[in-house]
Design a protein around this ligand. Structure first.
Ligand code: GAR
Length: 207
């Protein structure tokens, strides 16, 4: 019998890497049948890289300063991910906007986690934006990445309450717990080939 194909992930990070850790944990526990082919950081000292070392995950620091412009950097990223045969690119706290060429090269195969209920509060400091707006419910969103920042089709969301006493830290922490639950879950749906697109709606097939 032919061996079942395992989804190969390329995870892009910039910092702490707690979402990367959630993905590593799901893979290690067998809950997510996938392999992290490579994790790539655009920051030299990112704690995410240390997490990779601890778990035997191949990781690369790709230095933006080594490339003359953003286009050339993105191309190096595309080449690296292709060299590692990445099927799906997961942005996990990756704080650079990907260029058109990258999105085209991996169309439909890039996902992101964002700490708000999109389309509310795209961009930077989503939790601060939510607090300043005075919303009573916020949360996180896993979505496909398209050219418009934080604008692609939504795969999964999870809501949390916002309390009067919240500050950015307490709200971020409450949202983060949900991020760690829904991100591996969304990747699992892709690994099980259970998602289809209808316009900008993501249909989840329930087996
Ligand atoms: C997470 O809260 C993630 O949703 C957010 O950065 C944090 C990264 O944490 N991403 C964005 O704001 C992207 N626009 P982590 O490095 O511990 O996973």
């Amino acid at each position: 019998m032919a061996e079942e194909k395992i989804l190969r992930l390329g995870v892009l990070v910039s910092g702490r890497g707690s979402n990367l850790q959630a993905i590593i944990d799901s893979v290690e526990s067998g809950g997510l049948r996938a392999k992290i082919a490579v994790a790539v950081s655009n920051k030299a000292g990112a704690p995410a890289l240390e997490r990779c070392r601890k778990h035997g995950v191949e990781s690369v620091f790709l230095d933006p300063k080594a490339y003359p412009d953003k286009g050339r950097y993105d191309r190096a990223l595309i080449d690296l991910l292709n060299a590692k045969s990445a099927d799906l690119v997961c942005l996990a706290g990756y704080m650079r906007v990907l260029g058109k060429e990258f999105i085209q090269a991996f169309r439909g195969r890039v996902v992101n986690i964002h700490p708000s209920l999109l389309p509310a509060f795209p961009g930077l400091d989503a939790q601060r934006q939510a607090l300043e707006h005075g919303v009573r419910i916020s949360g996180c969103t896993v979505h496909f990445v398209e050219e418009e920042v934080d604008g692609g089709p939504i795969i999964l969301q999870s809501a949390v309450p916002v309390y009067p006493a919240d500050d950015v830290e307490t709200l971020s922490q409450r949202i983060l717990e949900q991020e760690h639950r829904v991100y591996p879950e969304a990747i699992r749906l892709i690994a099980e080939d259970r998602l289809t697109l209808s316009g900008r709606k993501v249909i989840i097939r329930n087996d």
